[in-house]
Design a protein around this ligand. Sequence first.
Ligand SMILES: Cc1cc2nc3c(=O)[nH]c(=O)nc-3n(C[C@H](O)[C@H](O)[C@H](O)COP(=O)(O)O)c2cc1C
Length: 342
Amino acid sequence: MSHTPSPFNTPLTIGPTTVNSRVMLAPMAGVTDVVFRKIVRRYAPESLICTEMISSNGMVYSKRRDARILDKNEQDNPIAYQLAASRIDVLKQAADWIVEDKNPDTIDLNMGCPVKKITGNFEGCALMKDLDHAHQLISSLVAHVDKPVTVKFRLGWDNESKNYKEFGQMAESAGAKMVTMHTRTRAQGYKPGVDWDALGVLKQAVNIPVIANGDILTVEDAFHVMTTYGVDGVMIGRGAQGKPWIIGDIDNALKHGSPQAERPLQEKLAICLEHATAHCEYRGEEIGIKEMRGHLPFYVKGFPGASTFRGQLTQVSSLQQVEELLAMILEESEKRNLAVAV
Ligand SMILES: Cc1cc2nc3c(=O)[nH]c(=O)nc-3n(C[C@H](O)[C@H](O)[C@H](O)COP(=O)(O)O)c2cc1C
């Protein structure tokens, strides 16, 4: 049987760097930490995986180049370290430390974060309101580091000021080697209503790779945005919460044309427990378990009978309790399946 090579199987070129995947993990503060990334990586060995947003100010003013947020697994390449910054000197210092200590494949600049604490500091999406300053930040970093610089942004500040096309062109002219667009405005936050059509406009306007982001949840979504708008890849955020296998599954399906069958509940719950155990080992059980409360409910979304347990998962106080609750969910689900079968 002859196989036609998949157009999704070609490497993505980010300046001098090549990545053998067009499916990426989005940066998510409080989610894409070193523990989560290790599990994602097992399923997606070739994907570009992004850290949480790292505050350049935080690093430089505290003189900390060993903060936990910077931790990296040995097998954690290709990796993008994402920085938030507004001051050029501070950005350069933070980037120097990361390049020296972490060997990132790319450095991503956050120009899309809508959170007031960030925009109030003239970082994140606030930079979409000052293209000159954004240009200076990007071009200064490009001239300073020997790594491809990429930029992640939104459609614009609000509905009245959607300037993503000009912003993408500005980023390219400043030397960015790839742009990722979350297809919402800052004012939209995370409300429903992405504008994927804008991806086509941006793709036509620049000559660097354009990565689609926003509500891409399935292989069909990824296929749709890549074929309809010609974008070069997809970045998945919330779709990976409680589904660390999804980046790899979508990548495989795009490359080889055979979608991964829905994973059995037992396997999903085993991965959930693995995540909780590894997180508790990393942070110590007392803190680790509190932090896991935000992750656990995502793993049991949509399972028959799980809703009654979801609330309990947000209040767990030990790893043993997690294990017991997951076992109860599995048992409940099996009982229901049996009832349906009979
Ligand atoms: C909990 C959470 C944390 C996030 N943190 C970051 C961040 O640190 N940097 C960033 O650029 N975007 C961040 N985002 C935005 C995502 O990267 C992504 O742009 C957004 O969620 C839309 O993609 P999605 O629909 O695939 O989730 C965050 C989103 C969520 C839900």
